[in-house]
Design a protein around this ligand. Structure first.
Ligand code: BGC
Length: 423
């Protein structure tokens, strides 16, 4: 039997984001969902044409209701019992995000009741000895700011800084790990380059302006947090892809260099002096062979993404050059019947352990996601949860993968005995 022990004080947990789990938010996304639900339902068939699992979720995906976040998991009211489940599952950490639109619903007016809500959330974690990793912004924007131009507005960094300073002053003493932004690269590209997410602009100059704003917003927030709490650890959650150059040919290596430069490294380099750790969100492997995305796709998740657990070894190893502690802030698969997830957890944690043995300073792993939730413009049919949520009754049921993961969290060890329960 092999026993793969993880480093001492390793953080084990799962992640969520406010808009995806809380329910009843009023922000740019909730407004956009209502306007776009019919269109998204109609377009779903075409978008998922090549997905081998389409038949399993066709009914849900073609129903406009699927695309409206609504009550979500009602985590806003159920956080205490959800945190009890976290304890049952042996986790010692939890990543969640604060909802800016609740905290500052009107320009410059902070809602003390909502701040008190998040104070209770932090307190509930503390009582259960769960270390919080707090994301200050996971994509959603208060309506007043969206109306002014959102991320593109020249003063976005100033508005962001004012919000951050309020949080630091009111909740800061209970937070050690700060994630200022979730995947700034993904949200800017989807919203301003692809034109798929609100505000659906397709304009390279706007995209670039947004990136610059997000960099400034992060840097300013870093300084603010450190001013009040010099020992706090601050970073972002960065979406990195493992670009694999097949066969070591010149062209493939060149393409990999370009992809790494623009997608993986550019943002991280810009903020290298203002981050204490790297938060890695990892989902994708792109095989490069004369062109991008030549994946073999032997197995696909419900999303249609390639099942490739080994990828995390490479994504993490490539971060070693930054010489910073690494936390895996998201990593998971859409897999509604838990057909692949147990194996995915075992294989990818094996690969992660190997990266650690080879010298990567990884200090925590937070699976995406704690529970099924609202998957942005895909709505509810893609299920990333360790815990299944019945969206009619809101009942929570840990999946077999959650039980397997719990054993790893509790023992800080991946053992070959962690068996996979068949569904
Ligand atoms: C995002 C999550 C999302 C997940 C799965 C990540 O890029 O941070 O909000 O649910 O991917 O698509």
């Amino acid at each position: 039997m092999s026993q793969k022990k993880f480093p001492q004080h390793f953080l084990w947990g799962a992640s969520t984001a406010s808009h995806q789990v809380e329910g009843n938010n009023h922000n740019d996304w909730s407004k956009w969902e209502k306007k776009n639900a019919d269109r998204l339902a109609k377009e779903s068939q075409g978008k998922f044409l090549h997905n081998p699992h389409w038949k399993n979720f066709e009914i849900e995906a073609t129903n406009p209701q699927n695309y409206i976040s609504g009550l979500a998991c009602d985590h806003y009211h159920r956080f205490e019992s959800d945190f009890d489940l976290i304890v049952d599952l042996g986790m010692n950490a939890h990543r969640f995000s604060l909802e800016w639109s609740r905290i500052e619903p009107e320009e410059g007016m902070f809602d003390e009741t909502e701040i008190a809500h998040y104070r209770s959330v932090l307190y509930a974690l503390k009582q259960r000895k769960i270390v919080p990793l707090v994301t200050l912004w996971h994509w959603t924007i208060p309506l007043w700011l969206a109306e002014k131009g959102g991320m593109e507005h020249k003063d976005f960094p100033v508005y962001f800084a004012r919000y951050v300073e309020k949080i630091v002053q009111t909740l800061g003493s209970d937070i050690h790990f700060w994630i200022t932004q979730n995947e700034p690269d993904v949200v800017s590209a989807h919203a301003y380059l692809k034109g798929a997410w609100p505000p659906q602009k397709k304009n390279f100059f706007a995209y670039y302006a947004v990136l610059k704003n997000l960099i400034r917003a992060h840097k300013t927030s870093y300084v603010i947090i450190k001013k009040y709490f010099p020992d706090a650890e601050v970073g972002i959650a960065k979406h990195n892809i493992w670009f694999e150059a097949v066969g070591n040919t010149l062209i493939n290596r060149l393409l990999k260099k370009i992809a790494d430069f623009f997608w993986n490294d550019w943002f991280l380099r810009k903020i290298k002096n203002e981050q204490d750790f790297i938060g890695l969100n990892h989902y994708n492997h792109h095989r490069i062979n004369g062109g991008f995305n030549k994946n073999e796709n032997k197995i696909q998740t419900d999303f249609g993404w390639e099942y490739y657990p080994e990828s995390i070894y490479f994504a993490v190893s490539e971060l070693k050059r930054y010489n910073k502690p690494i936390y895996i802030t998201e990593h998971g698969i859409a897999d509604s019947n838990d057909r692949l997830r147990p194996q995915f957890i075992k294989e990818s944690l094996g690969a992660l352990h190997r990266a650690i043995t080879d010298g990567a300073d990884v200090r925590g792993y937070l699976h995406w996601s704690l529970m099924d939730n609202f998957e942005w413009d895909k709505g509810y049919f893609l299920r990333f949860g360790l815990i299944a949520v019945d969206f009619k009754t809101l009942m929570r049921t840990p999946r077999p993968s959650a039980i397997l993961y719990a054993d790893i969290c509790k023992t800080n060890t991946l053992s070959t005995e962690d068996h996979v329960t068949e569904n």
